[in-house]
Design a protein around this ligand. Structure first.
Ligand code: 4AD
Ligand code: MG
Length: 457
């Protein structure tokens, strides 16, 4: 259909006086004695186009004014009577798709909980339009950042035989029928599609390291899958994961890259989505713009796990889970550190080796590994990364200590045999980033069709 995007119809002053066709969905209808107004959205712009109907010259059938109805409007663009940009004086309004009154997105504000029950329609609200516009802009900015900094984009497999984090939270990939009974696990998988146990990847890191050991600087940006049973506001069973991996890099380099990337992304979203962020600042998180401006322009904090535990131990009485050296940080501790102690993003480094993955570089103290988590106010962990263990013997020892099956990691170990170098990287959860820049508090509200425990709508 020949038509003009509403973004252009609104913004282009040079089109005033011209007759154009725009298409969109009716958001609101206001009627008065001589004129009536439709607000039209086609997704191209966060702002809606005001359609002015001069009732003396144009009779509009009621189906065209119903909330949610799809229409094509032919008319003349003119400077908006109120506010900036253009409006359109309608000559004809053609119904493209009617929308009966049972359409659940009506003018009154609906709750996010209710909207979660209609994921296929909630995108037609201002909130979700803004979220998904920001999400798209952020995704483009991620590719731009890495391309500009000499990183190659690689695509790692989604189906894998190795569990990267070694945490046993993989979804299984199988073609065997449900009622099949086998005598042993091995026998069962032998007759399965791949002949071995296979699953959906929890991270592209291990294959990312393979690529970095040849291409130098790489990143992946794709889905990761976690079958963890955590029904929280920040966990999904399927999320998008940005994982850079860099050769000839140590932990401070990893931290520098993470901070630089995050600041770049925040600035990009602020520059490209000013209307959306203004909306979030007014209706979702008061002070969001100030927060983002501050974060983009100041240094993140850095603190070791050991220092963090000392700080937290003094407040143990107020935590549900009191901490001691060796305990994993829970969300309440992460939030306390970043919100109350530092008041800004903080990299926590050098965790006890027992609570981190086998592949992390072992520090000289024999107790900690060169890991880092970036914690941010409102969310907690947004990035997890580390320098990797580059020494063959030490890596084997870490795998043995965890009773891992080394035969499944032959390729990974080979990287430590053939020209091993210091290297590292991190994983940034894309949805958590989108939550952070929009102020949305539930990860299900920044994902088109969120998948979580008992939820696959
Ligand atoms: O800390 P994680 O588990 O680290 C890794 O997977 C490493 N292999 C990354 C690397 O070094 N290349 O996950 C990294 C990030 C987390 O900080 C979080 O932002 C996000 O991925 N994440 C999730 N996001 C949504 N739902 C989940 N279930 C997530 N699990 C992790
Ligand atoms: Mg983590």
């Amino acid at each position: 259909m020949k038509h003009l995007d509403i973004s252009e119809a609104i913004s282009k002053a040079e089109l005033r006086g011209q007759t154009v066709v725009v298409c969109g969905w009716v958001r609101t209808f206001r009627d008065s004695a001589n004129v009536a107004f439709l607000e039209l959205s086609d997704g191209s712009s966060f702002r809606k186009l005001q359609v002015v109907i001069d009732k003396a010259n144009l009779t509009v059938e009621s189906a065209c004014t119903a909330t949610g109805a799809a229409v094509a409007v032919r008319g003349t663009l003119a400077q908006a009577y109120k506010g900036e940009g253009n409006e359109i004086n309608a000559q004809t309004i053609q119904l493209l798709g009617k929308c009966p009154a049972e359409f659940p997105i009506q003018k009154k504000r609906t709750t996010l909980e209710f909207l979660r029950t209609i994921p296929h329609l909630r995108l037609r609200t201002n909130t979700f339009q803004a979220v998904f516009r920001v999400r798209s802009v952020a995704a483009q900015a991620i590719h731009r950042y890495f391309h500009a900094h000499g990183f190659y984009y690689v695509n790692t497999p989604l189906i894998t035989a190795s569990d990267c984090e070694g945490a046993g939270e993989m979804f299984r990939v199988t073609t065997r029928p449900w009622n099949d009974s086998a005598k042993s696990e091995e026998e069962y998988y032998k007759s399965d599609f791949f002949g071995v146990k296979a699953g959906l990847s929890v991270s592209g890191q291990l294959e990312g390291e393979v690529a970095a050991m040849a291409l130098g600087k790489i990143y992946t940006f794709g889905p990761s899958f976690r079958a963890e049973n955590s029904n929280t506001t920040r966990h999904l069973a399927e999320f998008w994961h940005i994982e850079p991996e860099v050769a000839f890099a140590e932990l401070p380099d990893v931290i520098e890259l993470a901070e630089d990337l995050l600041k770049y992304l925040i600035k990009a979203v602020m520059a490209e989505c000013p209307e959306e962020l203004k909306f979030f600042d007014s209706f979702v998180e008061k002070g969001l713009l100030e927060k983002l401006t501050h974060v983009a322009n100041s240094d993140f904090a850095v603190c070791t796990y050991t220092e963090a535990i000392k700080i937290l131990e003094e407040k143990n009485s107020q935590f549900e889970f009191p901490v001691h050296w060796g305990s994993d940080l829970q969300s309440e501790h992460e939030k306390y550190l970043t919100e109350k102690v530092f008041g800004r993003p903080v990299f926590v480094t050098d965790y006890p080796k027992e609570i981190k993955s086998f592949y992390m570089k072992q520090n000289a103290d024999g107790k900690t590994v060169a890991a880092t988590d970036l914690l941010v106010p409102g969310i907690g962990e947004i990035i997890g990364g580390s320098e990797r263990e580059a020494d063959y013997e030490k890596l084997v020892a870490a795998m043995d200590a965890r009773k891992m099956d080394k035969s499944a990691y032959k390729q990974y170990l080979d990287l430590r045999k053939f020209g091993s170098v210091p290297h590292g990287g991190f994983g940034l959860g894309f949805e958590r980033f989108v939550m952070y820049v929009t102020g949305m508090e539930n990860i299900r509200d920044v994902t088109l069709f969120p998948r979580s425990v008992k939820n696959i709508m």
